[in-house]
Write a protein that binds this ligand. Structure first.
Ligand code: K7E
Ligand code: CUA
Ligand code: CA
Length: 655
């Protein structure tokens, strides 16, 4: 094991040696060690936490706590001042999207997506229920989600501030959040996919010069299932496979799918629009985890977007089950000839996790996870392989440095340095991409690893400011850590996750902020604030149901269906009271006629599971059965006025 001679050995925190000895002796020794040490993460964190806490007083790795030398003013956002960046983070199994300001780390918004949200009424209003989707019995299709990856739409290879795309791993859905209002406006389920994990929008069209913006969203299916998964072929491995899905960014409907060998984990897309790729940790198609770690190498699979779309156009596709989405064959067997291949499987060491493209569009870095390496693949050489100019897919690899234990995710600073999270080492490693290529070519003097910094503890994703665009600014790296014992006041058995801010503008990385997070952000992006332009007030005409003037307040009845047309204007609702009969199906349409920024009203009906908000000039509606007779004070939940408490209406339900 030759990882990190020098630097890391010198700077290793002394009390930590027990953990390190264990890891180095077992983690990369092979299959058993790897699985053992991965499993170790959780039970190991006590030791690691205690030792790192002890270490911070003693200097530790770079940036441990050299607080004397740090210019804290640079990272402080004083009261009344605004942050420099937005960070958009997935919420993991909270099912939402989070928005933080950086460098302060202040949480400024949670956007409900796949979850039910009491604050806004997401999942309660008819409008949100329509987006989430309902079953014939009226119940919501799903009430949970697991968001891992958030990515913004692009124009000219840079974030354009229009949309965020985010995945739901549990129920194989992709959602779009519009950024002018920071609200989810579409959710689509991917057919025949289970465990939808990686997601990345394209950055331009591969053929049409004029289309220099996002029109596709690429989605990687992680769990292989019998196709179709309807109870047949339960134990026939040959019938199990995964799909790579392309969703139209505008209509949010699936355009095409690719049948592949192995699974798909994380996804990246090229700057020229020609390729998308995904790392695979289970090329073995194993059903049990021992089988998934059997092969020494897995792969990073590349998708030739133009060829796939040509194949679809030429009718070279099939369907699975009831789905009408065209599926092309991207398996090894069907793609042996590079000149016609739709896919290229580049072998990379054992169970990789994470693939990211450099801001100049030239290289992909695929992290080893169970191998202490990062594999650097050349974009140009992959295109060359597709042109028949290279013998083996593996010939596209231009570097494979050893960078540390448990490498997962990578960010770039635009100066040629690469920052990779090391889950097992609990570190961020900074390495030099050009030096790694030289070392691979045999240059023994190439200094690949240039810095390391301890994080607390066990990082998953890491990302740089503007790092996934053509305009990385090399200012900050965020390490989203899975554990945080001793970093925050204890709050019961579950500690917050931890987002640590690292200044990467200098030669050495410096830890400058700890921010606790509600579980569990995975991936995030860090976006310059000038890119985001939000609206403060809605357009009344956008809502077909809008109750446009106070005069339109009324109750209409058709048989047992009652519609209440209602307005809000601080501090009153347009109707003082209304009466319905027990058993009526009541729809309340509420338009907020206030035009003042931030003047949001709430509307709650006790004992009826109704609570939602309406922002200035917005219309929302709810429908329910008036099954409980009595008097119900519908009140404004959102503080809006000195007479906010008085802002109520009486719903009378006659027995
Ligand atoms: Cu590494 Cu889902 Cu991107 Cu979690 S994934 S950390
Ligand atoms: Cu309206 Cu409070
Ligand atoms: Ca494997």
């Amino acid at each position: 094991m030759t990882f990190t001679k020098g630097k890391s050995e010198e700077t290793v925190v002394q009390p930590d040696t027990g953990r390190r000895r264990f890891l180095t002796s077992s983690a990369v020794a092979g299959l058993a060690g790897a699985s053992l040490s991965l499993g170790l993460a959780a039970c190991n964190k006590n030791e690691s936490a205690a030792s790192s806490a002890a270490a911070s007083g003693a200097g530790g790795a770079s940036g441990g706590d050299a607080s004397a030398a740090i210019n804290w003013d640079k990272y402080e956002v004083h009261p009344g001042k605004l942050d420099t960046y937005y960070a958009f983070s997935s919420g993991g199994h909270s099912g939402d999207l989070r928005i933080h300001g950086l460098p302060s780390g202040r949480e400024i918004r949670r956007v409900p997506v796949f979850n039910i949200d009491c604050m806004s009424g997401w999942g309660i209003t008819n409008e949100s229920r329509k987006i989430i989707g309902t079953r014939p019995n009226g119940q919501l299709n799903y009430i949970n989600g697991d968001t891992h990856h958030v990515h913004m739409s692009y124009t000219d290879g840079v974030y354009d501030g229009k949309y965020i795309f985010v995945n739901d791993k549990i129920n194989a859905r992709v959602a779009r959040v519009r950024l002018d209002t920071m609200e989810c406006d579409a959710i689509t389920q991917l057919p025949n996919v289970q465990g939808f994990h990686g997601i990345f929008p394209d950055k331009r069209d591969p053929l049409d010069e004029k289309i220099n913006y996002t029109t596709r969203v690429f989605c990687g299916g992680e769990f292989h299932i019998p196709q179709p998964n309807d109870g047949r072929d339960l134990n026939d491995p040959k019938k199990y496979f995964c799909l790579f899905t392309c969703v139209d960014a505008k209509t949010m409907q699936p355009r095409w799918q690719v049948k592949i060998d192995g699974n798909l984990d994380l996804v990246a897309s090229s700057y020229d629009g020609k390729l998308a790729c995904s790392n695979q940790y289970n090329t073995e198609n194993g059903v049990h985890y021992e089988e998934m770690m059997a092969a020494e190498r897995d792969a990073c699979v590349f998708f030739n977007v133009a060829r796939i779309e040509a194949a679809v156009k030429n009718g070279k596709f099939f369907h699975i089950g009831n789905s009408t989405v065209p599926v092309v064959d991207g398996t090894h067997e069907a793609n042996a000839d590079p000149k016609t291949a739709l896919t290229c499987y580049v072998p990379v060491p054992k169970n990789p996790h994470g693939v990211n493209i450099s801001p100049d569009g030239k290289h992909y870095a695929c992290s080893g996870k169970l191998s202490p390496t990062a594999t650097v693949i050349s974009h140009e050489l992959v295109l060359k392989w597709f042109d028949g100019g290279l013998k083996e897919p593996r010939d596209t690899v231009v570097a494979e440095p050893e960078i540390g234990l448990g490498p997962l995710h990578t960010g770039f600073d635009g100066r040629g340095f690469v920052y990779t999270t090391l889950f097992l080492d609990s570190q961020i490693v900074k390495w030099d991409l050009a030096a790694a290529i030289k070392a691979y070519q045999g240059d023994k003097n190439a200094k690949v690893v240039v810095d390391r910094i301890d994080v607390h503890y066990q990082p998953g994703h890491g990302f740089t400011s503007m790092g996934e665009t053509r305009q990385p600014d090399g200012q900050y790296f965020i390490s989203d850590n899975k554990f945080s014992k001793d970093r925050y006041l204890p709050v019961g058995p579950l500690h917050p996750d931890s987002s640590q801010l690292i200044d990467i503008s200098g030669e050495k990385m410096v830890l400058v902020g700890d921010h606790p997070l509600y579980p569990e952000p995975h991936d995030s992006i860090m976006v310059r604030r000038d890119i985001i332009k939000t609206r403060q007030i809605y357009d009344l005409n956008e809502f077909p149901l809008a109750v446009k003037t106070p005069k339109e307040n009324r109750v209409e009845r058709q048989g047992k269906k009652v519609t209440v047309f209602l307005t809000s204007q601080a501090p009153t609702f347009g109707l003082r009271e209304w009466t319905v009969k027990k058993g009526d199906e009541v729809t309340i349409i509420l338009t907020n006629l206030d035009k003042v920024e931030d003047l949001t009203h709430g509307f709650a009906i006790p004992f009826y599971n109704i609570s939602f908000v309406v922002h200035p000039q917005q219309t929302q509606s709810v429908t329910f059965i008036a099954d409980k007779p009595g008097v119900f004070w519908c009140y404004c939940t959102n503080f809006c006025h000195a007479l906010h408490l008085e802002m109520r209406s009486r719903m009378i339900v006659q027995a």
